[in-house]
Design a protein around this ligand. Sequence first.
Ligand code: GLN
Ligand code: ZN
Length: 762
Amino acid sequence: MTTIKTSNLGFPRIGLNREWKKSLEAFWKGNSDKDTFLKQMDELFLTAVKTQIDQKIDIVPISDFTHYDHVLDTAISFNWIPERFKHITDATDTYFALARGIKDAVSSEMTKWFNTNYHYIVPEYNKDIEFRLTRNKQLEDYRRVKQAFGVETKPVIVGPYTFVTLAKGYEQSEAKEIQKRLVPLYVQLLKELEQEGVQWVQIDEPALVTASSEDVSAAKELYQAIANELSGLNVLLQTYFDSVDAYEELISYPVQGIGLDFVHDKGRNLEQLKAHGFPKDKVLAAGVIDGRNIWKTDLDERLDAILALLSSTDIDELWIQPSNSLLHVPVAKHPDEHLEKDLLNGLSYAKEKLAELFALKEGLLSGKAAISADIQQAKADLQALKQFATGANSEQKEELNQLTEKDFKRPIPFEERLKIQNESLGLPLLPTTTIGSFPQSAEVRNARQKWRKSEWSDEQYQEFINAETKRWIDIQEELDLDVLVHGEFERTDMVEYFGEKLAGFAFTKYAWVQSYGSRCVRPPVIYGDVEFIEPMTVKDTVYAQLLTSKQVKGMLTGPVTILNWSFPRNDISRKEIAFQIGLALRKEVKALEDAGIQIIQVDEPALREGLPLKENDWEEYLTWAAEAFRLTTSAVKNDTQIHTHMCYSNFEDIVDTINDLDADVITIEHSRSHGGFLDYLKDHPYLKGLGLGVYDIHSPRVPPTEEIYKIIDEALTVCPTDRFWVNPDCGLKTRHQEETIAALKNMVEAAKQARAKQSQLV
Ligand code: GLN
Ligand code: ZN
């Protein structure tokens, strides 16, 4: 008889009403003192733990809770404090200095946590760091909860392999050495837990899912070294976000439990388990409900899946848990959420997912009948959701079914299009443009606020948007930019704007998830078939076009980005959703073209971040991602120029896809790539239209003309002149008007100088 328990890997920190964010920001602004802040954090920590206890979770995680980021916590515990922060004496001040920077020292870098939208602080290694345990947060947290509630908990810590993999500042050849040097710190930390009587610790090693089998073997030695020093503490080695290729090696680690993700593993973990069994002396912690999405679990189906897992091998003790930390989903359904009932009932956030786990445990222990009410309820809710979600428009389904190859392909190749477009657009050499948005000033935000609160009528708001658009068209003409934009003043967010106007999307009021630090986002929910309803951008774009004789570039967010920045439905594939969005946007592209817009930009900044973790899975994703883009853009005439934009330059890893998009022009961020990308282009020429960002838009600094000129001049040593564009790195919505104008002025001047030089050359 298998012992069954419920476990969790991590819980959202932010609180039901984002109290965490509010508390942090009040402290940073100096509106609350340190004692108050720490007290509030303590309360939030205990509330998160209490919620999990109340959901009857047997094994509740701690120390996933943090004041900013759990990777930063780990780095600080190991005394990984960069030199530039060493002079700070106070621990809290040091902590936030690393996270946010101080006057004379920039913050540590922040980057995406695996394939999620959570961003962690990148640990900075340097050879002078004195490795030592400055703090045992796991122990402190354990004591705190024990004192408050008298319960056992499971401290969580990032493991040595993953920690070093996520860090920077060392050569690849040094990685193993650094991991080894961390072992004594882990031993000390774990021994202290052991002495305290802690039963289980969860060591997170998600990086093992992308590790080579040699690395999985090498990392085993770290765990051997740790195991040699422990006698009573049980270690759960936790992986998530995908399967582990070196499964046999992994299950032979000298640990007492192994955590595997059975949701995001594409079925591979289960295959391995069936093929190779699972050691009887270890606990299997199985991720059985989706910790990344927001949909109610079909308990019946999950119960069968767990039973199948149990029947495939002899397991002594099974923990059922979410596939990963619930950090990536909202805390709980908010009592004031305004969504329609059938949609709301189909949702399940962190707290609700824990209740589902409890029901599953009951079902496993006492049989399906014991939870038949829960099973029926889940089925009914999911059924109602499906009904609610079914689009009335069967026409679009028909259209999708009838798509053929030619719908994904422009009729003639790029080189021929280029000639036609050059003729019809009449642009100068090295045309200048921007990426789309202009400053979202306080006035713009206030206007939107007033309109949203119905203090302003639609007409009043539109009048304001038009005035702002006109003002910026005048500015752009004054600057003598070549291809203008309307400025995107009507948009708060590049995905939300389209989601609100397409069928199939819902927007919540309270379903926040942490993106980085105190910043939280509410991803749109794709619950049904995405469909075009009516033109979304035509009015504003055409308004701008009528004000000028220059080309105004239409501006859309691409299908892959819209998908990647949303919570997608899970009853159809991501590819299908991307195609639905692509087909809807295709109609928008057509509508813009019909209205006389000759240049249309389809932004795909999130294309690369949708890459699966394992390289083997890349091709499949990249193929349909490019298809979705081409579905959006291929219906136009030959003389309509399609642009795309991405916020990164080193596109080495996806260069074939970029080509495959068959956009006439791609603009990308470049100014921070320090020439590395040009070296790449030298060896791998990119032959379609290319606009390398010539200045950094993340900083208020106004780049001098000579500096921009130099970047253009260097770029032209490797990029074909007749298809090179001059533009900033990205949209300008976060900048102020004065600096924007000043920087663009220099950019246009630099482009003109470069143009003059070119004309002398010929
Ligand atoms: N067109 C968008 C803008 O200019 C692009 C934003 C982005 O690349 N993330 O703001
Ligand atoms: Zn960008």
